[in-house]
Design a protein around this ligand. Sequence first.
Ligand code: FPP
Length: 268
Amino acid sequence: MPPSEPLAEPGSIEAELLSRIDRSRLPRHVAVIMDGNGRWAKQRKLPRVEGHRAGVAAVRETVETAARLEIPHLTLYAFSVENWKRPRAEVWTLMNLLKEYVRKELETLVEHGIRFEPIGRWRELDPSVVAALERARAATAGGTGMRFDIALNYSGRCEIVDACRKIVADFAAGRRVEIDEATLSASLYTAGQPDPDLLIRTSGEMRVSNFLLWQIAYSEIWVTPTLWPDFRRRHLFQGILEFQRRERRFGGVGPVEPPATDARAADG
Ligand code: FPP
């Protein structure tokens, strides 16, 4: 969608939802567990991979909408460490869809000023995938708009293990390290980013599935029955409206603002 097009057609459901969103209280970070591709395909008697193929359109619309709303950080969970258990052909299709997505969407990402970063053990993926991701990272590095992360070969537990290894390596190299929450946060793949304010999961499943385990300690969770390939702009608006209805207490008794982000660099 060209940046000049309106985010919602006048008189549409989207326009009505958008008019109710308080733009001064947007979530700073939205994280999404994209689920239900297999079920979407099964309902249509199609192979599972067709669900993933259809899911790419939902990725495209979600990324562009979030960027245009000026949500500062968006993280999508695309492939977990556990997903290697799937049939080889399904994994192969997912990797190809990913390469195709970054190739086709690069121009749009740049146009919207989006900074793209993969997170997870993505450097262990096939060299052709790593090269496509590196290209997209390099091309969007100067983006001053939304930071868009895709979690790939990702596991929340592995992320915490990798953070601990990094801290130990820093210590072994003679650097001064404090073992505290700030050091751990700054050693995660998401170093320097605010924790997700809103975690969206599609397909009605009530699980966090090893996603951003440390970072979602106080996230508001919104589960929608919509299957990922059907997820569109209106669903993102609904999730944001639901977030804005919640009273966040962070363990206290009244509504409070989220704690300030620890913005130290990963190697700080
Ligand atoms: C979960 O649905 C979805 C995934 C494991 C992959 C998500 C991938 C995409 C949306 C497409 C490619 C991604 C990008 C970023 C271009 P599931 O297969 O577990 O669904 P099910 O629970 O109904 O079986």
